[in-house]
Ligand binder design. Structure first.
Ligand code: CDT
Length: 308
């Protein structure tokens, strides 16, 4: 048995006016709840230090820069690393990363249980658009503010397990889980900011949006025999609702923990990494069953090519 007690730290809304320091205070509370509950690892959401700023159209680069972190850890997040180190809890969280070379990414990091950063992932599938879109009920400008991630989908050995990360929209793409699955991933961690409404489809029910989120993560877990932890930033951010629905999914695709509200909330499960072994050595033993001679199209073609 290789048990890791995992806390999914769903976060409630962060308003535009909220400071990083106030947000980190909330994260510290979740971390101390996790410590009391005996968690070994806590996963926080995508872009969890600020409001989901890509909903706001900005032309002034200095204003855009204000939403980004130029170092990690930094003054605002240092207390989080200190607390995690003293609790012996590994953490993962998402933030907007500005590099020294002037690149901008939607990033998440993973630490070991001594709060050393051992893994970094930069979001590959950036949804939305790059210019103001008058046709949408609200904006989703990730393609304006971020470059597509340039690190691929690496995995890391941590806490006697193989761990990987993806971010929000990535969870909807089976390729993401499979690329990590091909590296033996046993735990995929992800955070999300998913609007409760579809900006291009008035009337789409929240129930359907939650269903698609579950469907994406449960199928990714089952088809790669891996744990998946998906954590929302949820609730009403300056009158823009984000859906909740944080879950922990086992390697059979069952949801074993689910958030009940839209606020700061810790969901917990003791995840046995050995539960991945059966699926990985039978129906999803990739080495025995995959037929890569028929999969070339997946890497050679982006969009649909219709038959004549
Ligand atoms: N943050 C993020 O990736 N959100 C997307 C919303 C897509 S709507 C343009 C998601 O897939 O949940």
């Amino acid at each position: 048995m290789r048990e890791i007690v995992i806390g999914g730290a769903q976060m409630g809304p962060i308003q535009k006016a909220d400071s990083r320091e106030a947000v980190v205070e909330r994260m510290l509370k979740l971390l101390s709840q996790a410590k009391v509950a005996g968690c070994d690892l806590v996963v926080f959401p995508e872009l969890c230090l600020t409001t989901f700023f890509p909903r706001w159209y900005m032309e002034d680069q200095s204003e855009v820069d204000g939403w980004f972190e130029h170092a990690m850890p930094n003054d605002a997040t240092a207390p989080l690393f200190t607390a995690a180190r003293s609790a012996g809890i590994a953490i993962s969280f998402g933030y907007a990363e500005a590099t020294a070379e002037g690149q901008y990414f939607n990033t998440s990091i993973l630490t070991d249980s001594e709060a050393n950063i051992i893994g970094k992932y930069r979001k590959v599938h950036l949804p939305g658009h790059s210019e103001f879109d008058t046709e949408r009920a609200f904006q989703h400008l990730e393609k304006r503010y971020f470059a597509p991630g340039d690190l691929g989908f690496p995995v890391w050995r941590n806490m006697d397990a193989i761990m990987g990360m993806c971010i929000c929209n990535d969870r909807r793409w089976p390729e993401v889980y499979r690329v990590m699955g091909l590296q033996g991933v046993e735990l995929v961690m992800l955070g999300y900011n998913t609007p409760s409404l579809n900006s291009q489809l008035a009337g789409e029910a929240l129930e359907r949006r939650l269903y698609h989120s579950d469907l994406s993560m449960t199928s990714g877990a089952y088809q790669n025999s891996t744990w998946v932890v998906g954590v929302a930033k949820a609730g009403d951010e300056d009158s823009h609702p984000l859906m909740a629905g944080s879950i922990i999914v086992d390697p059979n695709g069952y949801v074993v923990a689910r958030a009940s509200g839209e606020g700061d909330e810790l969901i917990i499960h003791a995840c046995d990494m050995d539960a991945c072994n059966f699926g990985k050595s039978t129906v999803f033993d990739f080495g025995r069953h995959r037929r890569i001679e028929h999969y070339a199209r997946i890497c050679e073609q982006t969009g649909v090519e219709l038959p004549d």
